[in-house]
Design a protein around this ligand. Sequence first.
Ligand code: CA
Length: 237
Amino acid sequence: MNSNPAKRTVLVIEDDLSISNFICSVLQTNGYTPLIAEDGKQAKLMLTSHCPDLILLDLGLPDIDGVDIIKWVREWTNVPIIVVSARGREADKVEALELGADDYLTKPFGISELIARIKTALRHADRASNLDNSGNEVVTVGDLKIDIGKRRVTLGEDKEVRFTAIEYKIVSLLAKHVGKVLTYDFIIKEIWGPYASSDNQILRVNMANIRRKLEENPAEPKYIVTELGVGYRMLEE
Ligand code: CA
């Protein structure tokens, strides 16, 4: 996992800091990048600004019912959600699963159980998002190779390109639609969700960073071109 070009981010939505700190240290030890939101309001902000690969959701939040977060998230993304709930609240778990949560953990839970659930949920999500369902989809454009199954991007002779989580999402989104122009709006909604600002600035900043890492001459890109006023396209061979 540590050799991943883009470490998986996990958003921990939990108001009990002793629990979230514990979870975060476990996540870090296991090669994930943790983010913490202490209430529903903060969770929504972090969901639209970062784009976590997985959500660990405590149902008992101070401001918003956890199930409302699930409804809100499922309006626009299939990011895996693992619900964390207190023992004896089976009805909550069922409701959460019916609303689209992927799994649940009952407090108190062990480290190995937590990591196993996360791995399983991520594997299911990867399988669902890979176009050919094999988990081995590889997109090649000249010297550029994007291995979507392995989340690995290489240039030339196996030289690995390291992206942030968001940069990687943009690159893999373009790779999945290689040859096709993707509008700014489409990319922003896919990456940051429909509640994100439609301002292109954050996308442009990320694209500049991606090009610096990918292109020999970022002013004359070979791999990802700008369709002026429309969006970006990853060129086909
Ligand atoms: Ca709580």
